[in-house]
Write a protein that binds this ligand. Structure first.
Ligand code: GDP
Length: 444
């Protein structure tokens, strides 16, 4: 079960705590667990393979952020890959066409097709204020057309009057005509199901699609049927141009495996999830939420996101502390430059770190812009550690070497040193005035 995926990963990675980057062997060990967990969750084998390959490629060699464990890092990568596989966002119905927008519902018998037709009609009527007409094209199953009529009465949506003896294509034509004449915005066609996929069914779907020119062809699949659902989806995908999937009985499927397979097999978004027998038990499908449910560990994902943020804050705090003590060498300057770039350049800087607002002013005065940040970093990078700590030892000869190393001029080195000097002086003044509190007073 998915619930144990976190435990599995935790076990594999507990002993790896503290390592810098994820090695291939570590990742492969974790992915073995991911693979088993996905198979247990009823995800189709080819989908599992592709998924594991993708996640492995992303994970090998990626850095483990400070303050989280490698296991947590892998969970985040797996979660990102899940969201990617499931699609990033919720997908809307395409009804923004010349009316009537035809929504054709296809799927096997018992998948929940008729119920879903009524649920969607109700939603469109209530949320989008659309005038909806429903028509059942199921002439095989006795009472199928009556079933839709009963549901229509329950959700207060019009259904096409039943005429005995008509073929599905004839009913579709009549429905189109009625929808046009009576000014319906949306026409929902509930097509016939079968117990199994067969060619007669597919031919019927194609003939109806030719007549009705649907804006949406939604495949309705029962999420509880696992591998069967995958086979059904791939047969339909080959024969009719699906535009989306509705997964029913998600209320009974704690594993979510069908969702992952469906998206991969059809290449189309899962647009809705059925969550019960009641006629309002349908929800837009949220890929990220399902990914979290599959992993059963949304908390870890947000933990990793927070860790990434707090590392930047830690660096900022460290720098601010040194500055408050009046210490400020070229290493500090460099850290500050890196910080600025990470935060989105000079413009984003003000207010992020106490004291940096002042530094920003100094830099702007010295003609520093986002592009020169890169130059400054290169210059400091070509200095020796000693030169960075004590810039005053940089004589003419050393300056030439540094400039050459960075592919720049001696005057660029001088500009850097002048800027550093100004900032250092500012820091010292700041210390005399009582550190950060003094600075705060100055600016308030
Ligand atoms: P069709 O043959 O594909 O048209 O299937 P129906 O719409 O007649 O549905 C078959 C049964 O599944 C009915 O009893 C529905 O109430 C039930 N059903 C449909 N969707 C869902 C769902 O999302 N959750 C649950 N629990 N039951 C559903």
């Amino acid at each position: 079960m998915f619930d144990s995926l976190s435990d599995r990963l935790g076990g594999v990675f507990d002993k790896l705590r503290g390592r810098g980057a994820l090695t291939e062997a570590d990742v492969r060990a974790a992915m073995r667990e991911v693979r088993i967990a996905l198979l247990e969750a009823d995800v189709a084998l080819p989908v599992v393979r592709e998924f594991v390959d993708k996640a492995t490629e992303k994970a090998v060699g990626s850095d483990v952020l400070r303050s989280i464990t490698p296991g947590q890092m892998v969970v985040k990568i797996v979660s990102d890959t899940l969201t990617e596989t499931l699609g990033a966002d919720t997908s809307e119905l395409i009804i923004d066409v010349t009316p009537p927008a035809v929504i054709m519902m296809v799927g096997l018998q018992g998948s929940g097709k008729t119920t879903t037709t009524a649920k969607l009609a109700k939603r469109l009527k209530e949320r989008e204020r659309k005038k909806v007409l429903m028509a059942s094209l199921d002439v095989n199953r006795p009472a199928a057309q009556e079933q839709l009529a009963v549901l229509g009465t329950q959700v207060d949506v019009a259904t096409l009057p039943i005429v005995a003896g008509q073929s599905p294509v004839e009913i579709a034509r009549r429905a189109m005509q009625a929808a046009k004449l009576q000014g319906f915005d949306v026409l929902m066609l509930d097509t016939a199901g079968r117990l199994h996929v067969d060619q007669a069914l597919m031919d019927e779907m194609k003939a109806v699609a030719d007549v009705a020119n649907p804006a949406e062809i939604l495949l309705v699949v029962d999420s509880l049927t696992g591998q069967d659902a995958v086979n059904v989806a791939s047969s339909f995908t080959q024969q009719v141009p699906l535009t989306g999937v509705v997964l029913t009985r998600m209320d009974g499927d704690a594993r979510g495996g069908a969702a992952l397979s469906m998206r991969a097999v059809t290449g189309q978004p899962i647009k809705f999830a059925g969550t019960g027998e009641k006629l309002d038990a349908i929800e837009p499908f949220h890929p990220a939420r399902v990914a979290q449910r599959i992993l059963g560990m949304g908390d870890v994902v947000s933990l990793v996101e927070r860790a990434a943020e707090s590392i930047q804050q830690e660096d900022a705090d460290k720098l601010a502390k040194r500055m408050a003590q009046g210490k400020f060498d070229l290493n500090d300057l460099r850290a500050q430059l890196a910080q600025m770039q990470r935060m989105g350049g000079l413009g984003m800087l003000a207010g992020m770190i106490p004291g940096l607002k002042k530094a920003q002013g100094q830099m702007a005065a010295a003609g520093v812009n986002d592009k020169t940040l890169v130059h400054l970093d290169a210059l400091i990078g070509s200095m020796t550690p000693k030169e960075r700590e004590r810039p005053e030892i940089l004589n003419a000869k050393r300056k030439i070497r540094v400039a050459k190393g960075a592919g720049l001029q001696v005057q660029d080195v001088n500009r850097l040193l002048k800027m550093h000097k100004d900032m250092e002086t500012a820091m010292k003044k700041l210390k005399k005035m009582g550190g950060l509190k003094g600075l705060a007073k100055m600016f308030t």
